[in-house]
Write a protein that binds this ligand. Structure first.
Ligand code: HSE
Length: 317
Protein backbone atom coordinates (compact mmCIF):
# COMPACT_ATOMS: atom_id res chain seq x y z
CA UNK A 1 0.00 0.00 0.00
CA UNK A 2 1.39 3.42 -0.90
CA UNK A 3 0.99 6.58 1.20
CA UNK A 4 -1.63 7.93 -1.19
CA UNK A 5 -3.89 4.88 -1.03
CA UNK A 6 -7.26 5.17 0.67
CA UNK A 7 -8.33 3.00 3.58
CA UNK A 8 -12.11 2.65 3.69
CA UNK A 9 -13.96 1.69 6.86
CA UNK A 10 -17.63 0.86 7.33
CA UNK A 11 -19.49 1.56 10.59
CA UNK A 12 -23.04 0.29 11.19
CA UNK A 13 -26.13 2.15 12.30
CA UNK A 14 -27.26 1.61 15.88
CA UNK A 15 -30.21 1.82 18.25
CA UNK A 16 -29.48 4.27 21.06
CA UNK A 17 -30.97 3.68 24.53
CA UNK A 18 -32.53 0.34 23.44
CA UNK A 19 -35.63 1.75 25.13
CA UNK A 20 -34.67 0.70 28.59
CA UNK A 21 -31.28 2.39 29.19
CA UNK A 22 -31.22 6.09 28.31
CA UNK A 23 -27.69 7.05 27.18
CA UNK A 24 -26.39 3.75 28.61
CA UNK A 25 -27.34 0.97 26.26
CA UNK A 26 -26.80 0.62 22.51
CA UNK A 27 -27.34 -2.03 19.86
CA UNK A 28 -25.63 -2.38 16.46
CA UNK A 29 -27.74 -2.89 13.33
CA UNK A 30 -26.73 -4.96 10.31
CA UNK A 31 -27.49 -3.79 6.79
CA UNK A 32 -26.97 -0.04 6.90
CA UNK A 33 -24.16 2.29 7.89
CA UNK A 34 -21.66 4.96 6.81
CA UNK A 35 -18.28 4.71 5.12
CA UNK A 36 -15.21 6.88 5.54
CA UNK A 37 -12.15 6.67 3.29
CA UNK A 38 -8.91 8.19 4.58
CA UNK A 39 -5.46 8.74 3.07
CA UNK A 40 -2.32 10.54 4.09
CA UNK A 41 -1.52 13.92 2.53
CA UNK A 42 1.53 16.20 2.62
CA UNK A 43 -0.53 19.14 3.80
CA UNK A 44 -0.79 19.27 7.61
CA UNK A 45 -4.18 18.80 9.27
CA UNK A 46 -7.37 17.01 8.34
CA UNK A 47 -9.37 17.92 5.23
CA UNK A 48 -12.66 16.53 3.92
CA UNK A 49 -12.47 16.05 0.15
CA UNK A 50 -16.20 15.37 -0.15
CA UNK A 51 -19.27 14.22 1.76
CA UNK A 52 -21.31 11.90 -0.45
CA UNK A 53 -24.74 10.34 -0.47
CA UNK A 54 -24.95 6.56 -0.87
CA UNK A 55 -25.20 7.08 -4.65
CA UNK A 56 -21.79 8.79 -4.67
CA UNK A 57 -23.34 12.20 -5.45
CA UNK A 58 -22.27 15.16 -3.32
CA UNK A 59 -24.41 15.25 -0.17
CA UNK A 60 -26.86 18.14 -0.44
CA UNK A 61 -27.07 18.90 3.28
CA UNK A 62 -23.85 17.95 5.05
CA UNK A 63 -20.94 20.33 5.39
CA UNK A 64 -17.42 19.36 4.35
CA UNK A 65 -16.10 21.97 6.78
CA UNK A 66 -13.83 19.99 9.11
CA UNK A 67 -15.14 21.85 12.17
CA UNK A 68 -18.72 20.80 11.45
CA UNK A 69 -18.56 17.12 10.53
CA UNK A 70 -18.45 14.35 13.12
CA UNK A 71 -16.10 12.29 10.92
CA UNK A 72 -13.44 15.00 10.68
CA UNK A 73 -13.78 16.04 14.32
CA UNK A 74 -13.21 12.42 15.40
CA UNK A 75 -10.37 12.00 12.88
CA UNK A 76 -8.63 15.16 14.14
CA UNK A 77 -8.94 13.95 17.74
CA UNK A 78 -7.20 10.65 16.90
CA UNK A 79 -4.63 12.05 14.45
CA UNK A 80 -3.52 14.83 16.81
CA UNK A 81 -3.43 12.54 19.85
CA UNK A 82 -1.08 10.20 18.03
CA UNK A 83 1.27 13.09 17.28
CA UNK A 84 1.19 12.99 13.52
CA UNK A 85 2.68 15.98 11.75
CA UNK A 86 1.55 15.16 8.21
CA UNK A 87 -2.09 15.45 7.15
CA UNK A 88 -5.02 13.30 6.10
CA UNK A 89 -7.84 13.60 3.59
CA UNK A 90 -11.27 12.06 4.05
CA UNK A 91 -14.22 11.08 1.90
CA UNK A 92 -17.40 10.50 3.90
CA UNK A 93 -20.20 8.42 2.38
CA UNK A 94 -23.55 8.49 4.19
CA UNK A 95 -25.69 5.38 4.05
CA UNK A 96 -27.74 6.33 7.12
CA UNK A 97 -30.48 8.96 6.82
CA UNK A 98 -29.80 12.20 8.72
CA UNK A 99 -31.57 12.94 12.01
CA UNK A 100 -33.11 9.49 11.86
CA UNK A 101 -32.37 8.19 15.38
CA UNK A 102 -30.21 5.50 13.77
CA UNK A 103 -26.85 6.78 15.01
CA UNK A 104 -25.91 8.55 11.78
CA UNK A 105 -23.47 11.05 13.31
CA UNK A 106 -21.93 8.33 15.47
CA UNK A 107 -21.41 5.98 12.51
CA UNK A 108 -19.51 8.65 10.57
CA UNK A 109 -17.32 9.37 13.59
CA UNK A 110 -16.66 5.67 14.14
CA UNK A 111 -15.91 4.93 10.48
CA UNK A 112 -13.50 7.88 10.48
CA UNK A 113 -11.48 6.71 13.48
CA UNK A 114 -11.34 3.14 12.19
CA UNK A 115 -10.11 4.30 8.76
CA UNK A 116 -7.59 6.78 10.22
CA UNK A 117 -6.38 4.17 12.68
CA UNK A 118 -5.45 2.06 9.68
CA UNK A 119 -3.13 4.86 8.54
CA UNK A 120 -1.18 4.95 11.81
CA UNK A 121 2.25 3.33 11.95
CA UNK A 122 1.11 1.57 15.12
CA UNK A 123 -2.68 1.19 15.00
CA UNK A 124 -4.50 1.29 18.34
CA UNK A 125 -6.79 -1.35 19.79
CA UNK A 126 -10.46 -0.66 19.02
CA UNK A 127 -11.19 0.22 22.66
CA UNK A 128 -8.72 3.12 22.46
CA UNK A 129 -10.65 4.61 19.53
CA UNK A 130 -13.84 5.15 21.52
CA UNK A 131 -12.91 8.51 23.06
CA UNK A 132 -11.95 9.90 19.65
CA UNK A 133 -15.23 8.80 18.06
CA UNK A 134 -17.03 10.33 21.05
CA UNK A 135 -15.37 13.69 20.35
CA UNK A 136 -17.19 13.70 16.99
CA UNK A 137 -20.50 12.47 18.40
CA UNK A 138 -20.46 15.12 21.13
CA UNK A 139 -20.41 17.84 18.48
CA UNK A 140 -23.62 16.49 16.93
CA UNK A 141 -25.68 15.58 19.97
CA UNK A 142 -24.51 18.19 22.46
CA UNK A 143 -24.02 15.53 25.15
CA UNK A 144 -21.50 12.89 26.14
CA UNK A 145 -23.15 9.54 25.54
CA UNK A 146 -21.71 6.44 23.89
CA UNK A 147 -24.90 4.46 23.23
CA UNK A 148 -24.52 4.90 19.45
CA UNK A 149 -20.73 5.15 19.15
CA UNK A 150 -19.96 2.05 21.26
CA UNK A 151 -22.22 -0.46 19.42
CA UNK A 152 -21.22 1.00 16.06
CA UNK A 153 -17.55 0.50 16.96
CA UNK A 154 -17.73 -2.86 18.76
CA UNK A 155 -20.91 -4.44 17.38
CA UNK A 156 -23.63 -6.24 19.33
CA UNK A 157 -25.20 -4.82 22.49
CA UNK A 158 -23.02 -2.59 24.63
CA UNK A 159 -23.54 -1.14 28.10
CA UNK A 160 -21.86 2.25 28.27
CA UNK A 161 -22.90 4.39 31.27
CA UNK A 162 -21.25 7.79 31.28
CA UNK A 163 -19.67 7.11 34.68
CA UNK A 164 -17.76 4.12 33.27
CA UNK A 165 -16.47 5.74 30.08
CA UNK A 166 -14.19 5.09 28.34
CA UNK A 167 -14.84 1.58 29.67
CA UNK A 168 -17.81 -0.20 28.17
CA UNK A 169 -19.27 -3.66 28.73
CA UNK A 170 -20.13 -5.98 25.85
CA UNK A 171 -23.34 -7.78 26.82
CA UNK A 172 -24.32 -11.30 25.97
CA UNK A 173 -27.43 -11.39 23.78
CA UNK A 174 -30.08 -14.09 23.89
CA UNK A 175 -30.26 -16.46 20.95
CA UNK A 176 -33.26 -16.45 18.66
CA UNK A 177 -34.03 -12.73 19.05
CA UNK A 178 -33.90 -10.11 16.28
CA UNK A 179 -34.25 -6.37 16.21
CA UNK A 180 -36.59 -4.62 13.81
CA UNK A 181 -35.91 -0.97 13.05
CA UNK A 182 -38.36 1.19 11.15
CA UNK A 183 -37.48 4.65 9.88
CA UNK A 184 -40.47 6.85 9.06
CA UNK A 185 -39.64 9.74 6.75
CA UNK A 186 -39.37 12.34 9.49
CA UNK A 187 -36.44 14.07 11.17
CA UNK A 188 -35.71 14.71 14.85
CA UNK A 189 -32.72 16.77 15.91
CA UNK A 190 -31.12 14.91 18.81
CA UNK A 191 -29.51 17.97 20.39
CA UNK A 192 -32.86 19.79 20.42
CA UNK A 193 -34.67 16.72 21.70
CA UNK A 194 -32.20 16.39 24.57
CA UNK A 195 -32.71 20.02 25.55
CA UNK A 196 -36.44 19.34 25.93
CA UNK A 197 -36.00 16.54 28.51
CA UNK A 198 -36.84 17.18 32.15
CA UNK A 199 -33.81 17.65 34.37
CA UNK A 200 -35.42 16.20 37.52
CA UNK A 201 -37.15 12.84 38.09
CA UNK A 202 -39.07 11.25 40.96
CA UNK A 203 -37.88 8.43 43.21
CA UNK A 204 -40.65 6.28 41.71
CA UNK A 205 -39.38 6.88 38.16
CA UNK A 206 -35.81 6.20 39.21
CA UNK A 207 -36.66 2.93 40.94
CA UNK A 208 -38.92 1.77 38.10
CA UNK A 209 -36.48 2.42 35.28
CA UNK A 210 -33.51 1.12 37.26
CA UNK A 211 -35.46 -2.11 37.81
CA UNK A 212 -36.25 -2.45 34.10
CA UNK A 213 -32.63 -1.86 33.08
CA UNK A 214 -31.24 -4.31 35.63
CA UNK A 215 -33.87 -6.89 34.69
CA UNK A 216 -33.20 -6.42 30.98
CA UNK A 217 -29.46 -6.92 31.35
CA UNK A 218 -29.97 -9.99 33.54
CA UNK A 219 -32.44 -11.36 30.99
CA UNK A 220 -29.89 -10.88 28.19
CA UNK A 221 -27.17 -12.61 30.20
CA UNK A 222 -29.46 -15.53 31.11
CA UNK A 223 -31.24 -15.79 27.75
CA UNK A 224 -34.56 -15.28 29.55
CA UNK A 225 -36.78 -14.04 26.71
CA UNK A 226 -39.91 -13.69 28.83
CA UNK A 227 -38.11 -11.47 31.38
CA UNK A 228 -36.55 -9.48 28.54
CA UNK A 229 -40.01 -8.70 27.20
CA UNK A 230 -41.29 -7.60 30.62
CA UNK A 231 -38.33 -5.28 31.11
CA UNK A 232 -38.08 -3.70 27.64
CA UNK A 233 -39.90 -0.53 28.71
CA UNK A 234 -39.15 3.15 29.05
CA UNK A 235 -41.40 4.98 31.49
CA UNK A 236 -39.17 8.05 31.75
CA UNK A 237 -37.88 9.28 28.38
CA UNK A 238 -40.31 7.75 25.85
CA UNK A 239 -43.38 9.61 27.23
CA UNK A 240 -41.50 12.90 26.83
CA UNK A 241 -40.51 12.22 23.24
CA UNK A 242 -43.42 10.27 21.80
CA UNK A 243 -45.23 13.39 20.57
CA UNK A 244 -42.32 14.35 18.32
CA UNK A 245 -42.97 11.19 16.25
CA UNK A 246 -46.65 11.37 15.27
CA UNK A 247 -46.85 7.73 14.15
CA UNK A 248 -45.10 6.34 17.26
CA UNK A 249 -48.21 5.21 19.14
CA UNK A 250 -49.65 3.49 16.09
CA UNK A 251 -46.38 1.72 15.27
CA UNK A 252 -45.82 0.62 18.85
CA UNK A 253 -49.34 -0.79 19.03
CA UNK A 254 -48.86 -2.60 15.71
CA UNK A 255 -45.54 -4.12 16.88
CA UNK A 256 -47.03 -5.35 20.15
CA UNK A 257 -50.12 -6.75 18.37
CA UNK A 258 -47.68 -8.66 16.14
CA UNK A 259 -46.18 -10.16 19.33
CA UNK A 260 -43.00 -8.11 19.57
CA UNK A 261 -41.33 -8.45 22.97
CA UNK A 262 -41.12 -4.68 23.31
CA UNK A 263 -41.04 -1.54 21.16
CA UNK A 264 -39.75 1.97 21.75
CA UNK A 265 -38.05 4.92 20.10
CA UNK A 266 -34.57 4.38 18.69
CA UNK A 267 -32.47 7.12 20.28
CA UNK A 268 -34.40 10.36 20.08
CA UNK A 269 -36.48 9.00 17.14
CA UNK A 270 -38.07 9.25 14.65
CA UNK A 271 -36.96 5.64 14.08
CA UNK A 272 -38.77 3.04 16.14
CA UNK A 273 -37.39 -0.36 17.08
CA UNK A 274 -38.79 -3.61 18.39
CA UNK A 275 -37.17 -6.78 19.67
CA UNK A 276 -38.90 -10.02 18.74
CA UNK A 277 -38.38 -13.73 18.17
CA UNK A 278 -36.52 -14.41 14.90
CA UNK A 279 -39.44 -16.31 13.40
CA UNK A 280 -41.69 -13.33 14.03
CA UNK A 281 -39.40 -10.59 12.70
CA UNK A 282 -40.82 -10.29 9.18
CA UNK A 283 -44.37 -10.00 10.59
CA UNK A 284 -43.35 -7.41 13.14
CA UNK A 285 -41.54 -5.36 10.47
CA UNK A 286 -44.59 -5.51 8.19
CA UNK A 287 -46.94 -4.48 11.02
CA UNK A 288 -44.69 -1.56 12.00
CA UNK A 289 -44.43 -0.38 8.39
CA UNK A 290 -48.20 -0.57 8.06
CA UNK A 291 -48.51 1.51 11.24
CA UNK A 292 -46.36 4.25 9.66
CA UNK A 293 -48.19 4.19 6.35
CA UNK A 294 -51.59 4.20 8.02
CA UNK A 295 -50.72 7.67 9.32
CA UNK A 296 -49.28 8.76 5.98
CA UNK A 297 -45.57 8.30 6.62
CA UNK A 298 -43.43 6.47 4.06
CA UNK A 299 -40.84 4.29 5.77
CA UNK A 300 -38.02 1.78 5.45
CA UNK A 301 -37.19 -1.11 7.79
CA UNK A 302 -34.29 -3.40 8.70
CA UNK A 303 -34.26 -6.75 10.48
CA UNK A 304 -31.02 -7.50 12.26
CA UNK A 305 -29.50 -10.13 14.55
CA UNK A 306 -28.60 -8.80 18.01
CA UNK A 307 -24.93 -9.64 17.47
CA UNK A 308 -24.48 -7.49 14.34
CA UNK A 309 -20.79 -6.79 13.65
CA UNK A 310 -19.12 -3.50 14.53
CA UNK A 311 -16.97 -1.23 12.36
CA UNK A 312 -14.25 -2.71 10.18
CA UNK A 313 -11.82 -1.72 7.47
CA UNK A 314 -13.35 -2.81 4.15
CA UNK A 315 -10.69 -1.91 1.58
CA UNK A 316 -7.14 -0.60 1.23
CA UNK A 317 -6.42 0.83 -2.22
N1 HSE B 1 -29.05 8.52 24.06
C1 HSE B 1 -29.24 9.49 23.02
C2 HSE B 1 -30.57 10.19 23.23
C3 HSE B 1 -29.21 8.79 21.70
O1 HSE B 1 -31.56 9.48 23.43
O2 HSE B 1 -30.61 11.41 23.21
C4 HSE B 1 -29.41 9.69 20.54
O3 HSE B 1 -29.43 8.91 19.35
Amino acid sequence: MSDTDFITAFAPASIGNVGVGFDMLGLAIAGTGDWVSARRSDERGVRIIEVQEISGEVHPFLSSNTDENTASIAAISLWDAEGNDSGIELIVKKGIPLQSGMGSSAASAVAAVVAVNGLLDNPLEKAALLIHALAGEKFASGGLHADNVAPSLFGGMVLCPQVLLPDTVQLAVPEGISSVLVHPELQVNTAESRKGLASGYSMHQWLTQQGFLAGFIAACEQGDVELLGRCLRDEVIEPQRAASVPCFGEVQKAAMNAEALGCSLSGSGPSIFALCRDANAANVAMAMEQGCRKLGYECESWISPLNAPGAEIETRK
